[in-house]
Every structure is written in C-alpha cells, then in structure tokens.
Design a protein around this ligand. Structure first.
Ligand code: ZN
Ligand code: ZN
Length: 325
C-alpha cells in the first residue's frame, strides 16, 4: 500500500502542470463513515472520516471536514509555504451536513488558523437556523478547544441553497454565487462550476450532494444518502455522465435487511443502491464511500468485488488515492 500511494503521488506530481489548466484532480483523504477507525484491520482502505480534495483551475476545493482534513491541512501548509514561493492557503470548503463525522476535523485544520489565506465555507441551512450559526454552535467550549471565530483564516461562511451555483474563476480567490433561476450563470472555460442538490434521504435535516465541473470533466460527491426504489431520480439527473461518482455504500444488502438490526432509514446506501445510480446516470467510474466502521479491509474488498459484478468500473474508496479526470 505504501508503494501504491508512492506511485499515486509521483503520477500526481508528473501531472501537476497539466492540472494547472485542465481537468480535475480528486484525492481521497478520509473515506470512513460515522467515526474514525485507526488500526491494522483498516490500514488498507483507511480509517479517517470523510474528506475529499478537488483541484481545478488553480483552486483547492475540499468536500467535508472529517478527520481526513487534518493531514490534508498539513500537506497544504507545506505546499503553500514561503519556501515554495507562496505564503497562503486559500480554499473553498463544501460541507454536506454537520454530523460530527463530517466536521470533526475542522478545529485541527491548520490553514484555518494560519491567519493569511482565505477559507470560504459553504454548507446547508440547518433545521434550526443558518449554517454559520449551526457550525458555531458545535465549535464552542466546552465541546471544542477552539471557537469558530478564533479560526483566523475563515473569512466567509455561507448557507447554501439548492437554487444556487458556485463559480470559481481562474486567478480569482473569491467564489461567486449565482441563483439558477434569476441569474445568467457564466459558463466559460476558465472556471469551475459547483452545483448542489439537497437529498432528504438522511436524518434529520438531509444532506447536500455536490457536482463539481471544469473543462467538461466532473465529479459528484453523494455521501450519507440512502437509495430509493429504482434509484434517486434527482440524484441520477445530477450525476448524469459524470466522470466520477463518489457514492455512499455503507452496507451490504444482508446487513441493510437484517431483521435483528435493520438499517433502513439510517440514511446510508447498500452497494446495490450505489451501482444502480451509477448505471442509470451513465457515470464513467463509481467510488464506494463512507465505509462502515465495523467493516475491516477484507470485508470492504469483498464488497468491492460484489459491486464490480453489478457495475464494472467500481472502486472501494482508498484513503490516499488520487484520480485524474
Ligand atoms: Zn457520515
Ligand atoms: Zn450523516
């Protein structure tokens, strides 16, 4: 595994120049659901909770702030250091929902404390108020060592609505937010476009699904969502033709249906639900995400095999893996 990660890194470095102008780079930093599970039985697929990095048009985009964001933060501090001709980390952080496993790494994300650089955070409005208030309420002593307002690089926190589209322009740090119905959303070659969909298939307030697109390449991030009979039609629509679909696949069908401990309504999918969306949307590759903390490497490997019989171009998410789209 160490060797494989090394190969991935070298491939990434070799393509750095190409990535500066074309396509998307997607790197998985945390792929585990619910809570972190370090240890030998999870060493191959990884034990950190959700965090995915996307690079496009010079922008750093981060999906969720589980514990995977902590090593990502260290990596960014190194990459954007004065020795490398840069002194600030600027990033756009997209939060799918504020369950602990998706935000628990944020207080330990070094670039948020650096004081130079800018962090724009977008997330869903909660049941009890706007996103900033929700986030601030979990990052409060005595539950957290730092308060949200002590994180000096955080500049803008915004509640995002389904009707909005985020545009990141090449060479411009500030994101632009447009309304799908009222504004003319720009559609050029020099931008990254981020669309959002609210899925209601997750307790209690639902979850956001993001589609990030640049140069005609796209990745869809659909974690913490449960399938419907025939597939989630709105999700299938959002994911249509995507190069990469990262989809929740926490359970095997027998676990989901287990009469002793049924998982229906927990807000997570089976392998079948994930492959069904992938096939219906005609995506190029499916990544099974949000691994159950009870599943060891062997179980996940078996699930990957099972999934490939349903949709061939499937990988179980591996922490540290990079995809170039
Ligand atoms: Zn989760
Ligand atoms: Zn959740």
């Amino acid at each position: 595994m160490v060797h494989e990660r090394g190969v991935e890194r070298r491939r990434h470095e070799g393509n750095e120049e190409r990535m500066a102008t074309n396509g998307l780079l997607v790197r998985l930093w945390g792929v585990r659901g619910s809570y972190p599970v370090p240890g030998p039985s999870t060493a191959r697929f990884g034990g950190n909770t959700p965090c995915v990095e996307v690079r496009a048009k010079g922008h750093v985009i981060i999906l969720d702030a589980g514990t995977g964001i902590i090593p990502l933060g260290k990596q960014l501090m190194k990459e954007f250091s004065p020795e490398n001709g840069s002194s600030q980390v600027s990033a756009t952080l997209l939060i799918t929902h504020t369950h602990h496993d998706h935000i628990q790494g944020l207080p330990f994300f070094l670039p948020a404390h650096a004081g130079h650089g800018k962090l724009h955070i977008f997330g869903p409005a909660g049941l009890s108020g706007d996103f900033e208030a929700t986030l601030a309420s979990v990052l409060l002593p005595p539950y957290s060592p730092v308060r949200l307002d002590e994180m000096r690089s955080i500049k803008v926190i915004q509640s995002l609505h389904e009707s909005q589209v985020i545009v990141l322009r090449e060479g411009q740090i500030e994101p632009e937010v447009y309304n799908l119905f009222h504004d003319q959303v720009p559609n050029g070659n020099n931008q990254v476009t981020i669309r959002v969909m609210r899925s209601y298939a997750h307790p209690k307030g639902g979850v956001y699904v993001f589609r990030i697109e640049s140069d005609g390449r796209s990745v869809v991030f659909a974690t913490d969502t449960e399938g419907y009979v025939g597939g989630d039609v709105r999700l299938i629509d959002l994911a249509r033709g995507a190069d990469l679909l990262i989809h929740d696949a926490q359970y095997r069908e027998q676990e989901y249906m287990d009469p002793a401990s049924p998982k229906q309504g927990y807000g997570h999918s089976t392998i079948e639900m994930a492959t069904q969306v992938a096939a219906a949307a005609g995506v190029r590759r499916l990544v099974l995400f949000h691994h159950d903390p009870e599943h060891d490497d062997e179980t996940i490997e078996a699930m990957e095999e099972e999934a490939r019989r349903q949709f061939l171009a499937t990988d179980a998410a591996i922490e540290g893996k990079t995809y170039l789209l």
